[in-house]
Design a protein around this ligand. Structure first.
Ligand SMILES: Cc1cc2nc3c(=O)[nH]c(=O)nc-3n(C[C@H](O)[C@H](O)[C@H](O)COP(=O)(O)OP(=O)(O)OC[C@H]3O[C@@H](n4cnc5c(N)ncnc54)[C@H](O)[C@@H]3O)c2cc1C
Ligand code: FES
Length: 255
């Protein structure tokens, strides 16, 4: 797998909801090699603060590489200040991507919490080309976390939203939505979001004998499998999120 490291020019960096930003940078060669589920590791400043790169899922890879991010700390707040024309040191694409569902599958269910929805737009770009029908269940704390789902709908996804406070969609956790899925055709799951949510998805999958994949997040340092700082427990032993993941077989992860 080819990995690039360059200072790429930012094409746009805009706020897309109260909490989320979308940044695109001009990286055509990387966009051609990237696969859904992979991530980029960004050096946000030329100073020592923040010291480590920060990982972000590839939201879309067309002519540019796009990321969708939430400003939660120093690094992401600095990222939100970047302007068109600024340069961003990026290492990527990194990590193990999503794989396509088995051939007999007729229904794809995507379950995302918060900014965990980020890798799914790129995934639906590919699934659409393969003529899969997708349903997206998206959960967030409140309407500030929700951003326009237009591109998912353009990719043919049926979108269902739940918010903890009921300000958009159904009130409650996203599990109130996905637990009502009709499994009358062969169904496959993809999930990304907070660990307790993905643990619920795993329980639901086990109960209904469904297979799927989960994209995990851990705080990272090197991003290339060298420091073991992002290790998680799986049924195969400890594995690194940056190199063995971030995408794992849903049933292998020990949440
Ligand atoms: C493979 C991967 C893909 C990711 N994709 C996205 C994405 O598409 N969009 C996005 O907004 N974020 C994504 N993240 C999380 C993102 O990397 C962190 O939000 C970012 O590193 C925070 O940096 P900061 O300097 O702003 O915050 P910091 O000041 O470093 O931390 C702020 C708070 O966030 C917590 N935090 C930091 N990193 C993580 C993490 N990886 N997981 C959980 N909590 C964390 C810290 O413990 C702290 O409480 C991803 C993480 C991984 C590992
Ligand atoms: S961040 Fe170093 S091994 Fe994953």
């Amino acid at each position: 797998m080819m990995t690039f490291q360059e200072k790429y020019k930012i094409v746009s960096n805009k706020q897309v909801s109260e909490k989320f930003y979308q940044l695109s940078f001009d990286a055509l060669a990387m966009a051609r090699k990237a696969l859904p589920g992979q991530f980029v590791h960004l050096r946000i400043s030329d100073t020592l603060k923040p010291f480590f790169r920060r990982p972000f899922s590839i939201h879309r890879a067309q002519k540019t590489i796009d990321i969708l991010y939430e400003a939660v700390g120093d690094g992401t707040r600095m990222l939100a200040q970047k302007k068109r024309g600024d340069r961003l040191d990026c290492l990527g694409p990194l990590g193990t991507p999503f794989s396509l569902p088995p051939k007999d599958i007729k229904q794809i269910v995507l379950i995302a919490g918060g900014v965990g929805v980020a890798p799914f737009l790129f995934l639906t770009d590919i699934l659409k080309k393969k003529n899969y029908k997708c349903v997206l269940f998206y959960g967030a704390r409140s309407k500030e976390q929700i951003f326009p789902m237009t591109d998912f709908k353009k990719n043919g996804c049926a979108v269902h939203v739940a918010t903890d406070d009921g300000s958009v969609g159904k009130k409650g956790r996203v599990s109130v939505l996905f637990s009502s899925i009709k499994i009358n055709v062969p169904t496959y799951l993809y999930t990304c979001g907070p660990k307790p949510m993905m643990a619920c998805v795993q329980e639901f999958a086990n109960k209904n004998h469904l297979e799927g994949q989960a994209s995990l997040e851990e705080v990272m340092a090197c991003g290339v499998g060298a420091c073991l700082g992002c290790s998680i427990k799986t049924k195969k032993g400890y594995q690194t999120v940056c190199h063995d993941g971030p995408v794992f077989d849903l049933k292998e992860v020990i949440f």
